[in-house]
Design a protein around this ligand. Structure first.
Ligand SMILES: *[C@@H]1O[C@H](CO)[C@@H](O)[C@H](O)[C@H]1NC(C)=O
Ligand SMILES: *[C@@H]1O[C@H](CO)[C@@H](O)[C@H](O)[C@H]1NC(C)=O
Length: 357
């Protein structure tokens, strides 16, 4: 990442930090597929402040609530669960129809196709400002999005133009959308935030580790188990943040509702004698304390075994084998680069392999 971008990110973090407690988001993700093997035809998920509330797919056919406070909420307000059940099974049919209509409009016969939707709203509790969004992706590209100001659909590619014309004529649906994003979505978001406040506003610091595949690979600094998602991880040398030979990974969700991220450093031009000058630093929004891990040969976890000592597999079993698998799994997060760009919101939220790492 270049210097300007990192500076901007830092700035953003500081600005967000001030207003963080007042800003909330409610997001819904849908993935509908046709002709994709070993993946449910329909998957839906809901998140508040990037924390997963619930999950539904066409194989399980019933909502799974992921937070204790959400289970309490549906005990108090059973209509909530009824609404999600209705919406999920209804949307499964709606999205199947969308997929059929799209492949006809685009002259695609057969094959596998994926339609994704990201919708929801952001709310600033202090100013009361609400921003709603509803956007679709088709086969991994941004497809069509609702402009709530003009109440028209916008299509970035000519592929979606016919769909835009048809959807622009569906006035009832547009009006429903308008009411939903201005009223219902922020109301529900406020209710969820009130139920989950103590969980949503907690702070958890991560554990940190240094990982390296082979002695010539990049050194990956990983922080896992932090909450909230607003955090920075960077390399520092003699107290100065490094921008060169550094690659930042994206923040990824863990199973338990915390997050992980990584940043790599290319040490190929730094002699071992200088390593002590380098350190990897983690900072969580709203927490002054920084976590620091020094670059140290002995602190690096690796599954690399010098070739001459490699005992042809016989000795690698049991505990060592398990360890190798673990290290490989952890390290994988450091070396996968994700697609960046304009359409990120749709693409990162609902990848086919739902991020489980
Ligand atoms: C689909 O095929 C029809 C008839 O062959 C053609 O007129 C139309 O332009 C095609 N549409 C697309 C999006 O390629
Ligand atoms: C690290 O940097 C060196 C020199 O700049 C470069 O040749 C090498 O390919 C880089 N290593 C990796 C893994 O990117």
């Amino acid at each position: 990442m270049n210097k300007i971008l990192t500076l901007l990110l830092n700035l953003e973090l500081w600005i967000l930090q001030d207003t963080f407690a007042a800003r909330h988001s409610l997001k819904y993700f849908i993935i509908a597929t046709s002709g994709v093997k070993n993946f449910p035809e329909f998957v839906g998920a809901a998140e508040v402040d990037d924390v997963r509330l619930g999950y539904w797919d066409s194989d399980i056919q019933s909502p799974e609530l992921k937070q204790e406070w959400m289970r309490q909420l549906v005990r108090d307000i059973p209509e909530q669960l009824d609404w999600y059940k209705r919406k999920c099974s209804g949307n499964q049919l709606v999205f199947r129809k969308h997929l059929e209509a799209l492949s006809q409009r685009l002259n695609q016969s057969g094959g596998s196709h994926v339609l994704q939707r990201l919708n929801g709203c952001d709310l600033d509790e202090e100013s009361g400002e609400v921003v709603g969004y509803n956007q679709y992706g088709y086969d991994g590209e941004d497809f069509i999005a609702l402009d709530l100001q003009t109440l028209m659909w916008t299509a970035p590619s000519s592929q979606a133009f016919t769909t835009k014309l048809i959807w622009d004529n569906d006035i009832d649906r547009l009006q429903y959308n308008k009411r939903y994003y201005i009223k219902k979505c922020p109301e529900w978001l406020k209710m969820y935030v009130n139920y989950g406040r103590s969980v949503l506003q907690r702070k958890e610091l991560p554990s940190m580790a240094l990982l390296q595949k082979t002695p010539t690979s990049l050194v990956c600094c990983q922080a896992t188990g932090f909450y909230p998602k607003l955090a920075m991880l960077f390399w520092r040398r003699d107290g100065q943040e490094l921008y060169e030979h550094v690659e930042h990974g994206e923040i990824l969700p863990n199973h338990d509702g915390t997050f992980q991220m990584s940043v790599t450093l290319n040490v190929s031009e730094s002699p071992l004698a200088q390593w002590a000058e380098y350190e990897c630093v983690f900072q969580l929004s709203g927490v002054e304390e920084q976590l620091v891990i020094k670059l140290d040969k002995d602190a690096i976890q690796t599954n690399w075994i010098p070739p001459s000592n490699f005992p042809a597999g016989a000795v690698i079993g049991g505990a060592v084998g398990v360890l190798l698998v673990l290290v490989a799994a952890v390290a994988a997060g450091c070396y996968t680069r994700r697609r960046n760009g304009e359409f990120r919101a749709v693409n990162t939220g609902v990848e086919l392999a739902l991020p489980e790492c």
